[in-house]
Write a protein of this length. Structure first.
Length: 673
């Protein structure tokens, strides 16, 4: 065991090293060691402090770890009041602010101004004595706040001990605690996964995290601190301007916003405002405006204060991103995949710089979570080009005649049944082949290479055909003539004839391809293959009940529900019948027996180039024999077919000792089965 002296020396060295690593990680965003190294040194420090309790210190990195919950917050009186800022909302009001300054200073000289993004978070005051953080307090009423020292210690960008030198014996630093958008999104994703209520916005999440009585909860939240001012007590400031004070804070280990700029005069302030307003939605955190501060401390002192705000600073607010309005109605829109989305029709309100009358409600789980009803007063949020969304219901303003929102029974576009499976938030229209909202996507899928493989029928051509009402369902494709096609944009006689020939060729297909081409939800190539091999006949599949479908390999309740819904639609069945009348056909599959699928239960992988057949054809042949064809090699792979140009998959198979055959051996195997 180390001696007390050597332990003290090691503890001091570890603390210094860990403070440096934390500063580089949380403040400079420039980590120099992997997390595992930090964790290793942290564990060593914690063990030494446990063995030598007399070496424990409030500035130790181990003090960041949350301790036992508090019963209540103590009050904390600010040494200097935390005053508010007056606000301006337009160019005219900002000009008036500078005119007042000029009048008070009796000079029209353009002033040097510090422009700072106004972070949308929670104000925090940090008190340092001899370079060590001894107290953290919220704003409160400006004179007395809440002592949240234990919580502030858990925030990685809060220095527990100042770096460098030259700091005064007593220093008070003010900053904004905020939650970056990525952390906020992850926090809400976890909340939804647990069935908890998500936070409305990052500011609320940051405020809630900072005021937890249990600092262990705060420690688990992704909070950051950005500093914007410093105050000294009974000491002469080592700076002459606000911008110089920010540089000192940066050198002592604080995070200072990199977007801060020093400009001269009101026009330059307005230009900065416009630049940050345009940049607002690309920043990794929320800002709700710009703060302008006269840079010279001498001028700040001459300008002084009004009752609650400095005369030398002002906040220029951005257009609000959240507002209250009334939910007047709900309509339902059908997307290209059949998803039915509830859309709130709102009493028009100005928010985010535009008048908003519609907002998304996402899905029916979200409606239930919000407990939104027609007639409710709601909070909507609009950020940049993001679609406005309803984020909260103001329950105490709910009228007595508020109406619950019921999902539609039928599609508002095609009148097909709307299906919402258990445990799914999204309701979907089942009229995939006939619903106008899904028409283009269903036809594009039908014609795709892995489905009916109609060469020459690209996405833009499908869109032309639908927009000009030449086709409505996949079956209409087979009624197109060369004369009709030649009249379309970018289509000539030769390309029109080629497409007609490709359509005719595509009529000869396989049952698995045909099932995949129908676009039944959750029915991919493998599931289509399994359905075809199980039922062997389309009519039998269309007549199958849930129990029969659940007997198919890899088909569960959700897939069975989608298949049932598709074939229970008379319109979908009419399109299938029309396709068959147009001549779409496939070779009959023999009745299933054990010998028909000698590769059942095996997993195969295809890699490299095949010369006698395409990879898709090889895949179909393997699936017809009962094999599962995977896209990657693993320990569960039984065999690999490797053609010329095989690379990493072949190398991995050889490393794992998996059987590998070439194309000749593969063809020989197919001929013998």
């Amino acid at each position: 065991m180390a001696t007390p002296t050597s332990a003290a020396q090691r503890v001091a060295a570890l603390r210094e090293q860990l403070h440096d690593y934390s500063h580089r990680y949380y403040v400079l965003d420039d980590p120099t060691v992997p997390d595992v190294e930090y964790d290793r040194l942290f564990a060593e420090l914690a063990a030494l402090e446990q063995d030598y309790p007399e070496l424990q210190s409030p500035d130790s990195p181990t003090a960041r770890v949350g301790g036992a919950p508090l019963s209540a917050f103590e009050s904390a009186e600010h040494l200097v009041p935390m005053l508010s800022l007056d606000n301006v909302f337009d160019e005219e009001q900002l000009q008036e602010f500078f005119q007042r300054i000029n009048k008070r200073l009796d000079s029209d000289e353009p002033r040097q101004v510090v422009c700072e993004p106004k972070l949308d978070g929670v104000a925090l005051s940090l008190l340092y004595e001899d370079g060590v953080m001894v107290r953290a307090a919220t704003r409160g009423d400006g004179r007395t706040g809440e002592n949240v020292t234990a919580n502030a210690r858990t925030i990685g960008s809060v220095p527990l001990k100042l770096l460098g030198s030259g700091w005064p014996a007593q220093l008070e630093v003010r900053g904004e605690v905020y939650m970056p958008r990525a952390g906020f999104d992850a926090l809400n994703e976890d909340a939804r996964a647990r069935g908890d209520k998500p936070y409305v916005n990052p500011r609320n999440a940051a405020a809630g995290a900072l005021r937890q009585l249990d600092s262990r909860i705060t420690a688990a939240r992704p909070l950051e601190l950005c500093c914007y001012s410093a105050a000294l007590h009974e000491a002469e400031a080592p700076w002459q301007s606000h911008s110089e004070s920010l540089e000192c804070l940066r050198s002592w280990g604080f995070r200072v916003n990199p977007e801060i700029a020093v400009v001269t005069g009101a026009p330059a302030c307005l230009e900065y405002y416009k630049q940050l307003l345009n940049k607002r939605d690309t920043l990794p955190y929320d800002i709700d405006g710009i703060v302008y501060k006269i840079d010279s401390l001498a001028l700040q002192e001459r300008l002084g204060f009004v009752s609650r705000a400095p005369r030398w600073a002002i906040a220029h607010k951005f257009p609000a991103q959240e507002e209250m309005t009334v939910l007047e109605a709900v309509e339902f829109q059908v997307g290209r995949t059949g998803a039915v989305t509830p859309v709130a029709r709102l009493k028009p309100v100005f928010v985010g710089g535009v008048t908003v009358s519609n907002a998304t409600l996402h899905n029916f789980d979200e409606i239930e979570r919000l407990d939104a009803r027609i007639g409710d007063t709601v909070i909507i949020r609009r950020a940049g080009d993001v679609i406005p969304q309803v984020v909260q219901v103001v329950k105490d303003r709910r009228p007595a005649d508020a109406v619950r929102i019921a999902p539609p029974a039928t599609c508002p576009v095609c009148d097909s049944e709307v299906l919402r499976l258990e445990d799914e938030a999204v309701a979907r229209c089942t009229g995939g082949l006939v619903c106008a909202a899904q028409r283009k996507e269903s036809i594009k899928h039908f014609a795709s290479r892995r489905a009916m493989d109609i060469e020459g029928l690209g996405d833009k051509l499908v869109e032309q055909l639908v927009d000009q009402e030449l086709i409505q369902t996949p079956a209409d494709l087979y009624g197109l003539t060369a004369e009709t096609l030649a009249g379309l944009e970018r289509m000539a006689e030769k390309s029109a004839n080629n497409l007609v020939a490709a359509l005719e060729k595509s009529k000869q297909t396989t049952l698995p391809r045909f099932l995949f081409a129908l676009g039944i939800r959750e029915v991919g190539e493998t599931t289509a293959q399994n359905l075809a091999l199980h039922f062997r006949d389309l009519d039998k599949l269309m007549a199958a009940d849930e129990a029969s479908l659940l007997a198919v390999r890899d088909v569960g309740a959700i897939v069975a529900g989608h298949v049932l819904a598709f074939f229970h639609s008379e319109d979908n069945c009419a399109v299938v019948a029309a396709l068959i009348r147009q001549g779409v056909r496939w070779p009959a599959l023999p009745e299933s027996d054990a010998a028909a699928q000698p590769l059942a239960g095996e997993t195969w992988v295809l890699t490299g180039n095949l010369e006698t057949m395409s990879r898709a054809e090889a895949k179909e042949k393997l699936q017809a024999l009962g094999a599962r064809v995977a896209g990657s090699v693993s320990a569960k792979t039984d065999s690999v077919v490797a053609g010329p140009g095989a690379g990493s998959k072949l190398a991995k198979a050889e490393k794992l000792g998996i059987k590998v055959i070439d194309e000749a051996a593969f063809n020989q195997m197919l001929g013998s089965l």
